[in-house]
Design a protein around this ligand. Structure first.
Ligand code: ZN
Ligand code: MN
Length: 494
């Protein structure tokens, strides 16, 4: 970059979330991932003439529930529209969506930033629509179409252009994933394409008292958090360079579409975007509008539960956890609930948190699951926490015991005894060991008494000798207390 330029990054997101209903949006075809191509299709989702769509009520409720969690205004009357375009994976030649009466609008999402502060991002609208099929190009000279995905319910969410860094865009995406998972409305598995993100990116460049806006670029179809952060970061540099070279600024109709090349880590120009009138939207004649009455709306809202950020903030207040610890524990609902069950069973919150987020998460990752599904009851996890707090076992022994009881839920005391992991806190026994070691190591004692250069090191050496003599079973905290008391009493110490 030749010149130093002042600028502000402006990003809005368009997100498509697959809803985890049992069947598709407008037909009875089963909604499951994968399966042999075109095995889950019917006249409605392949667009046979004369077939009639019927709205999936669960999809509608999932959409309203999510919109409520996003603090949106919920429309009491919505309708369906046809968005017309031709593409091989869209056999009807139109997509059923919601154009001018979306089911919700004007909300916001709150994102916990890494420094613990909260950023608010506006939600312009969230509406329902159906997904298209999938083109595949694995048959040599032929392309094929798989319509298993055609007609899957999608919630499209459009945010305000309120994000000002690539990290904020990533954090917003992750928070949305956490919310839809808490609500149980989507598996939100990025690898399966359950969530697709499209950032709209441009820069406000401040130069000689003027503000220049670079043309908006939409990056299509991102399906990993890494790609989201990296593609936005890349666009910042690309747009800066383009502006400095050409001076090109935003005009009507010069919004462009880019793809993300994950191999070369660059954005690639795809096309100039169609204006929305190109789609020739018109009301869907085969579906009736949806009227949402008070009773139905209240029923849906009653399923909201505690949202992830609320839970995270409650964990900080109620259990005295750090922002970081609370974020790790509430990353998924099951782990958060397990943590609370362990505390309920008598564990100290901070100790339970450490056991779960350190050894527990590691074991969960190894077993490709979450901590709550390791097969360790909250009672035994609480016992492990209590034994550690009482000094009966060391933290490394606690980790060892936890690994040993995965899937078995054995009482940790039993393992501690069997594996000889119990620490002794018996002050009398430890004091005898301390005396013995002091007597056997006159040189080290002399170094300490004379406050020699290696005095500190000598104390460590004596500690090590005592622990070794106890075969690793003396509680280090108590050893240290007794040793320091004894050393202070030695002649020549004041
Ligand atoms: Zn179907
Ligand atoms: Mn869409």
């Amino acid at each position: 970059m030749a010149a130093k330029v002042d600028y502000k990054l402006i990003v809005g997101l368009e997100i498509h979330v697959h809803l985890a209903t049992k069947s598709k949006m407008f037909c009875g075809c089963e909604l499951v991932y994968g399966g042999s191509p075109n095995s889950r299709v019917c006249p409605v989702c392949v667009g046979m003439p004369g077939s009639l769509p019927v709205m999936n009520k669960q999809a509608y409720e999932f959409a309203v529930l999510t919109a409520t969690a996003l603090n949106c205004q919920i429309a009491r009357l919505t309708k369906w529209d046809r968005k017309n375009y031709y593409y091989p994976d869209l056999p009807k030649n139109y997509q059923i969506t919601q154009y001018d009466l979306p089911l919700s609008h004007d909300g916001f999402i709150e994102i916990p930033l890494e420094d613990g502060t909260i950023k608010r991002v506006g939600i312009i609208r969230a509406h329902l629509e159906e997904d298209a099929g999938k083109n595949t190009h694995e048959l040599g000279n032929f392309s094929a179409v798989d319509l298993n995905r055609a007609g899957a319910p999608l919630l499209e969410i459009v945010t305000a252009p309120d994000m000002n860094s690539a990290i904020e865009v990533r954090l917003m995406s992750q928070e949305l994933q956490r919310i839809v998972r808490y609500l149980g409305v989507s598996e939100a598995d990025m690898q399966k394409g359950h969530m697709r993100f499209e950032p709209n990116v441009n820069l406000h460049i401040y130069k000689k008292g003027q503000t220049y806006k670079t043309p908006i670029c939409e990056i299509k179809n991102l399906n990993s958090f890494r790609a989201i952060e990296r593609s936005v970061t890349y666009e910042v540099q690309r747009q800066l360079e383009e502006f400095l070279e050409t001076g090109k600024t935003m005009q009507m109709g010069n919004k462009r579409t880019y793809g993300w090349d994950d191999v070369h880590q660059v954005t690639v120009l795809q096309r100039e975007k169609e204006e929305s009138h190109d789609y020739r939207y018109f009301p869907e004649p085969d579906l009736v509008p949806v009227e949402l009455n008070d009773i139905w709306l209240e029923q849906i809202k009653s399923r909201l539960g505690e949202l992830p950020l609320q839970k995270q903030q409650r964990f900080i207040g109620q259990y005295g956890l750090s922002h970081y610890d609370a974020a790790v524990l509430t990353a998924d609902k099951a782990t958060a609930q397990y943590f609370e069950a362990v505390v309920q069973a008598g564990a100290d919150a901070k100790r339970a948190c450490n056991l779960i987020t350190q050894t527990g998460q590691k074991l969960a990752n190894q077993n490709n699951t979450t901590v709550d599904k390791l097969g360790i009851s909250p009672q035994n996890m609480a016992k492990l926490a209590q034994m550690t707090d009482k000094g009966q076992i060391s933290t490394s022994a606690a980790a060892q015991i936890m690994a040993a009881i995965v899937g078995k839920d054995t009482n940790p005391e039993q393992i501690a005894k069997a594996e000889n992991l119990l620490q002794t806190s018996d002050a009398g026994a430890i004091e005898a060991l301390v005396n013995q070691v002091l007597a056997e190591n006159a040189d080290a004692v002399k170094e300490i008494v004379s406050k020699g250069k290696k005095a500190q090191k000598a104390v460590g050496f004596l500690m090590g000798q005592i622990i070794q003599k106890s075969k690793g079973q003396a509680n280090p905290k108590i050893v240290s207390e007794i040793l320091n008391r004894k050393l202070a009493q030695l002649p020549g110490q004041s």
